[in-house]
Design a binder for this molecule. Structure first.
Ligand SMILES: N[C@@H](CCC(=O)N[C@@H](CS)C(=O)NCC(=O)O)C(=O)O
Length: 445
């Protein structure tokens, strides 16, 4: 951090989650340095393996707490809601610095001029940053060349509107900051040429205003403080160029991908936090995964390991839900299901009718025939048949049949109970029960 930055006390508690190689984080970093704010810079992303074995990041737990996507930059300040997304961070930094007013705003001018600046930032994201990644990660020559063409055209367009020395004139603005990290990578570190050959060089001789702009920004103190060493930076792009990076930075943001990223981050966090969750929250998490139809081995293994220890502490409805969730997730963890069977057997008469069905459902879905447990469940169901709706009766019959439970007495009771409500059964339910009844035993009547 520069001396100027260290001297300021505007935001003593400002935490800045960054990554040394990240161009998005660099945007926020330049804004912090420009305004000379006091902040604590924390590396939020650590490689999960050294060198060539790198596959993804281990994320700082506090970063994940603040930003469920676990992306840098993320800013956090003494009890305030966290701030993320680089362009939002730049504007936020500019606003919190406004009170000292020593350095010019990065969003100067009238509301209309500021709106124009925001549009420029958006344009830079789509027309300069995206094609940079596309040249690197696209696998076909045509796709790479098309992305290069787009980048060249956008750079020509940029050349036409640079006022000099900065994009908008005398002052550094959020629009310059939006492009500086990529300009450094493309025009100074020459990352595209390095990985894709001399045909991918971008000629500055034919773009004199851009060349001057680059000199100006790279000589600006706030920018100089944030520049990574070119060799090290190039190294981080190797995995994009080799197509081993897990990131989807080359594609324009798409909502389903964003949802997917949130889900992946939540699952990572769930697996990580499982040892700290209460017994009820462990069950709720597994139910949530079951309802979403998410089968993530790491998260479910971590949750089921923890919940197995907590089974004696669970009330009957939670035990029943746990069985249902394990069944729905196809979680055949023997210790978990055995512990559920053992604990339920001890308390079988405390279960309500509907919970008995959920309990049975887990074992039925997994095809687990824990004999004494099943016999006890069947007897308990027999006792609470009156309380079961038709649907519950059908499910009970179905699961007992699937598990080939030899409890003919219970099946007969269920059948009799159903007979009384026969006219309410759907055709599909009737057919299903009929087939099962044939398989298990000869239903009389
Ligand atoms: N749209 C975000 C993009 C930020 C971003 O993609 N940051 C990367 C590092 S350069 C990141 O945090 N990656 C972590 C991950 O992909 O999980 C912004 O403008 O801040």
């Amino acid at each position: 951090m520069s001396k100027r930055a260290a001297d300021k006390t505007v935001s003593a508690g400002l935490e800045f989650f960054s990554a040394w190689f990240c161009p998005y984080a660099q945007r926020a970093w330049i804004a912090l340095e420009h305004h000379g704010l006091k902040y604590r810079k924390i590396e939020g992303l650590l490689p999960d393996a050294p060198g060539e074995d790198f596959k993804g990041y281990k994320k700082h737990p506090r970063l994940l707490e603040l930003n469920p996507k676990g992306l840098v930059p993320t800013l956090a300040e003494d009890g305030m809601p966290p701030v993320y997304e680089s362009s939002v961070c730049v504007e936020y930094i500019d606003e919190i610095a406004a009170c000292c007013g020593e350095r010019p705003s990065l969003m100067p001018g009238t509301p209309a001029e500021r709106a124009a600046l925001r549009l420029k930032v958006d344009w830079i994201n789509k027309n300069l940053c995206s094609p940079f990644y596309q040249v690197l990660v696209r696998t076909s020559t045509e796709d790479r060349e098309a992305a290069l063409k787009m980048l060249q055209c956008s750079i020509d367009e940029l050349e036409a509107w640079i006022k000099g020395p900065y994009f908008m004139g005398e002052q550094l603005t959020a629009a310059d900051i939006a492009f500086i990290p990529w300009a450094y990578r493309i025009l100074h570190c020459k990352i595209l040429e390095r990985f894709r050959g001399p045909a991918f060089a971008l000629d500055l001789a034919t773009r004199p205003k851009l060349a001057k702009w680059l000199d100006s920004v790279l000589a600006t103190e706030a920018v100089k403080a944030t520049l990574a060493e070119p060799e090290a930076l190039c190294g981080t792009y190797k995995r994009y160029a080799d197509n081993t990076a897990l990131s989807k930075v080359d594609e324009l943001p798409d909502e389903s991908e964003e949802d997917e990223e949130v889900l992946v981050a939540c699952l990572d966090r769930l697996a990580d936090q499982a040892p700290r969750l209460s017994a009820e929250d462990l069950v709720a998490s597994l139910c949530g995964l079951a309802m979403l139809g998410v089968r993530d081995d790491v998260a479910t293994a971590a949750l089921s390991e923890e919940v197995t220890q907590a089974i004696p502490m669970l009330a009957c409805p939670e035990l029943a839900l746990l069985s249902w969730a394990c069944g729905t997730l196809g979680l055949r963890s023997v210790p978990t299901m055995e512990a559920i069977a053992e604990e339920s057997l001890r308390r079988i008469w405390q279960f309500g009718a509907n919970d008995l069905i959920k309990l049975l459902c887990g074992f039925g879905s997994l095809g687990l025939r824990h004999r004494p447990f099943l016999e006890a469940v069947a007897s308990a169901i027999d006792w609470s048949l009156q309380q079961l709706p038709l649907r519950g009766l059908v499910q009970a019959a179905w699961f007992l049949a699937v598990l080939a439970s030899p409890e003919h007495k219970v099946m007969t009771s269920i059948a009799n109970q159903m007979l009384m409500q026969l006219e309410h059964l759907s055709l599909a339910e009737l057919a299903g029960v009929w087939v099962l009844s044939d398989l298990v035993f000869d239903m009389e009547g």
